[in-house]
Design a protein around this ligand. Structure first.
Ligand SMILES: NC(=O)C1=CN([C@@H]2O[C@H](COP(=O)(O)OP(=O)(O)OC[C@H]3O[C@@H](n4cnc5c(N)ncnc54)[C@H](OP(=O)(O)O)[C@@H]3O)[C@@H](O)[C@H]2O)C=CC1
Ligand SMILES: CC(=O)C(=O)O
Ligand SMILES: [Mg+2]
Length: 781
């Protein structure tokens, strides 16, 4: 039996579940985590002659004449290579370049998602440092920057040094400097909390590789005294009596921290230490060792994926400790993801030739300060339910804090200019900061507030098409996310067979309840409830029984009505209008609402847009449009976004007297009267909705600033057509919806094209809506 098979067999159930989920995530729906996509249209002969021969030759010749133009005519200035040879992959060690690829693809995702930086992940089968330097240096014409990753010490120091000498673009070994920047910020904040002086603290360090050495170098620069640092590597304490030290064979990086001491083991040096820094291996710091640390110890246990000690173990023996790890599932995630996307963003945007010490220190300052800054509405929404006040469990900002890019990238660009390495200094830093906002709502940030709210209060969601494999897969994800208590409508034996065929872990009767439309003890209760609602609309008891047997959406709606579920997802099979009819009949309108309507969200390259009404009302009048806009604006806030509403039309601020333009103007006026605090304007063209300068050329004092994010369209045709055109033309726009507005309970009617991810997102939204409805109800009492 191989070591890996043995290891898999010894996983706890939670670890085994995580393993399955992680493998599934990497395998489907596409293999791997990242792809290369063209950014220009290439659809006709003309495009071809521009993109390729003959037109491309002009771009080539322009660059030949002025190499700086490569930044304008190619993607180079936004392209970073994440390069590894697989010799120190996380804490997994020397697993080789091929096995390192998921990590490098992952870093690529983080670069793109958090900071819009494009990445080629490059895994090289080469261990010889000089050959690696030659290979990487030869790639300079391709790249705007090099992020070295998971290359082991001491070779990594030499490789980075040589590349910095040879290349005229930023070269940054993430494991060294990214880790150093974050852990230094955590150390500074931690010391502030425990009231200790950086010049007086004793550091015990496990690991003397890339990460640990760089952390120590930076910490010494910040005031830790070298004589107070005691380092342990795989052979024990680095001290002058060690065989390699006596033989003069210590690497130069270790020699810097070699001590004259009688201590020989980690336990020896941890005793009395104020700070433990671990960049080494899983579990090396024991509870017994932690017990011996000085008062209010700070523990930075950064080995990945398994830290030197788990926080619950450290806290059990030293409740006074402050502990951080590299993991996402504990407070205080000290991980270089808080740094590398943003330091490169700033460096690329100002054309930095290098990453200097000033640029790194700017990052430390910004990250440390951000943890102490007042939390913005967006961050509070992104981490709903968590306390984000500076303290022992909030030492440094969270990875989904949108302010990271807004603060770090400008600070880095400014520092680059100050240290004389910026080829294109940023002239207007405030305008630059504002331009970075385009990255903030592009990503997981978009659904993040919704998921956080759902996670804090999981709710009972009933799925009408419970036998559909997409639904089963989505329920598995939603359960793994901890956001749902699901009920599936369907035949139990069919559901079970499909769960097994799809290789899912759902347990019918365990974490998943089932309502069998052919045989359920609640049948009588359900058809009677149906008859009670429909009896005066010509429905006999026999018709009521048949209706309940025939329509799963009817069953789902009745389940909500009778208190067996909080929310419903339906619509994967059949026509939208049929589902809507059942929902209208049985769930009805929420108090105060006069109409049902729908809204769809689209995450596009440049904007996140919400469009209404995409599915319900053919040609709503001005009053209905104002009401729909108000409901839609409320839902937009669920995503942590301030709604910015544009009533769009063929007319522009009174330029047209046609009825549809007049209607949109009236709708805006009614909306503005009822919702004076929401930014809105109309009627206006679609381009004016998205571009302030176009809008200003007609009306400089519009009540709408920047780009609108909620477009209210005059008819169902207009909204539905625009939505579908944008969805396809954007290529990779992510969509959420249709989001049903105005119903008395959270119900969403999806469409037959719904993907697993869409169902998961709509589940999260339905659960978040349950919570919001309860809060509104409580306020009304
Ligand atoms: N949270 C974060 O952001 C980051 C965390 N890390 C983590 O830090 C760890 C090290 O990474 P990196 O520096 O790149 O790797 P390196 O291979 O460069 O260094 C590993 C170091 O750990 C030492 N080591 C190994 N086993 C032990 C042990 N049992 N006791 C004490 N020291 C030991 C090695 O000793 P020797 O020199 O004798 O071989 C070496 O000095 C990994 O777990 C990695 O995941 C790294 C970067 C970022
Ligand atoms: C986070 C990281 O880069 C590492 O653990 O190697
Ligand atoms: Mg790494």
């Amino acid at each position: 039996m191989s070591e890996i098979t043995k290891k898999n067999q010894s996983l706890t159930p939670a670890e085994a579940a995580l393993r399955e989920a992680a493998l599934d995530y990497h395998r489907s729906p596409t293999r791997g985590k990242i792809a290369v996509t063209p950014t220009k249209a290439l659809v006709n002969q003309r495009d071809l002659s521009l993109a390729y021969s003959p037109g491309v030759a002009y771009a080539c010749l322009a660059i030949e004449e002025d190499p700086g133009l490569a930044a304008d005519f190619t993607s180079r200035a936004n392209l970073v290579a994440v390069i590894s040879n697989g010799t120190a992959v996380l804490g997994l060690g020397d697993i080789g370049p091929l096995a390192s690829k998921p990590v490098m693809e992952g870093k690529g995702c983080l670069f793109k998602k958090f900071a819009g930086v494009d990445v080629f992940d490059i895994e090289l089968a080469e261990r010889d440092p000089d050959k690696l330097v030659d290979i990487i240096a030869a790639m300079e014409p391709t790249l705007g920057g090099v992020n070295l990753e998971d290359i082991k010490a001491p070779e990594c120091f030499y490789i980075e040094k040589k590349l910095k000498e040879r290349m005229n673009i930023p070269v940054f070994h993430d494991d060294q400097h990214g880790t150093a920047i974050i852990s230094s910020a955590a150390l500074l904040n931690g010391l502030e909390l425990v009231g200790k002086d950086i010049a007086a603290v004793k550091l015990a360090v496990s690991g003397a590789g890339a990460a640990a050495t760089a952390c120590l170098d930076l910490m010494v620069g910040l005031g830790v005294r070298r004589e107070n640092i005691f380092v342990v590597d795989s052979k024990g304490v680095i001290q002058d009596q060690r065989e390699d030290a006596r033989a003069g064979k210590l690497d130069e990086s270790k020699q810097r921290y070699c001590q004259l001491t009688s201590a020989r083991t980690l336990a020896d040096v941890v005793a009395g230490a104020d700070v433990f820094l671990g960049c080494s291996a899983a579990g090396v710091l024991t509870q017994d060792m932690v017990k011996t640390m000085a008062a209010k110890p700070i523990i930075l246990a950064l080995a990945n994926p398994e830290p030197e000690i788990r926080p619950e173990l450290a806290k059990a023996v030293r409740p006074d400790c402050i502990i951080a790890t590299g993991r996402s599932d504990y407070p205080n995630q000290v991980n270089n993801v808080l740094c590398f996307p943003y330091i490169f963003r700033g460096a690329l945007d100002c054309g930095a030739a290098k990453i200097t010490e000033e640029m790194k220190l700017a990052c430390v300052r910004e990250i440390a300060a951000l943890a102490k800054a007042e939390t913005s509405d967006e961050v509070a929404a992104a981490y709903a339910g968590e306390v984000l006040a500076f303290g022992p469990d909030y030492l440094i900002p969270k990875p989904f804090d949108a302010r990271l890019i807004l603060r770090i990238a400008p600070a880095v660009a400014q520092a680059a200019e100050a240290s004389g390495v910026a080829a294109r200094p940023i002239k207007d830093l405030e305008a630059y900061r504002q331009s970075l906002e385009r990255f903030v709502y592009q990503t997981g940030m978009f659904m993040r507030p919704v998921f956080a709210a759902a996670k804090a209060h999981p709710a009972r969601v009933i799925y009408a098409e419970g036998e559909d494999e997409r639904v089963l897969r989505a329920v598995q994800v939603a359960l793994d996310e901890g956001i749902v208590k699901p009920t599936l409508i369907g035949r139990p034996e069919v559901i079970q067979a499909r769960i097994e065929r799809a290789g899912l872990r759902l347990k019918v009767g365990g974490d998943v309840a089932v309502i069998d439309p052919d045989n359920d003890a609640r049948f009588r209760q359900y058809w009677e409830a149906y008859h009670q609602v429909m009896g005066r609309r010509g429905v006999t008891p026999d018709m009521a029984k048949a209706a309940v047997r025939r329509s799963a959406t009817t069953i789902g709606a009745l389940a909500i009505k009778l208190g067996d579920a909080d929310a419903m997802i339906c619509g994967m099979v059949g026509r939208f209008d049929n589902h809507l009819e059942h929902v209208g009949d049985l769930i009805g309108l929420k108090p105060g609402a006069k109409t049902l309507a729908t809204m769809n969200a689209l995450m596009l390259e440049q904007h996140t847009l919400f469009l209404t009404d995409t599915f319900v009302n053919d040609s709503p009048d001005a009053e209905q449009l104002a009401e729909i806009a108000a409901m839609a604006a409320e839902e937009v806030q669920r995503f942590g976004l301030p709604p910015k509403v544009a009533f769009v039309s063929h007319g522009m601020f009174g330029s047209s007297k046609r009825p549809s333009a007049v209607k949109m103007r009236q709708a805006y006026e009614l909306f503005a009267q009822a919702n004076p605090d929401i930014e809105a304007d109309g009627e206006m063209h679609g381009d004016a909705a998205l571009s302030e300068s176009v809008r200003n050329s007609f009306l400089p004092d519009s009540r709408l600033k920047g780009a609108a994010n909620l477009l209210v369209l005059p008819t169902l045709d207009a909204a539905n057509i625009l939505f579908n055109v944008l969805k396809i033309s954007s290529g990779h726009g992510v969509t959420v919806g249709p989001i049903l507005l105005g119903a008395a309970a959270p119900v969403h009617i999806l469409t037959p094209s719904a993907t697993v991810r869409r169902i998961v997102n709509m589940t999260a939204l339905a659960v978040a809506d349950v919570l919001a409805a309860k809060e509104v109800g409580a306020q009304g009492q």
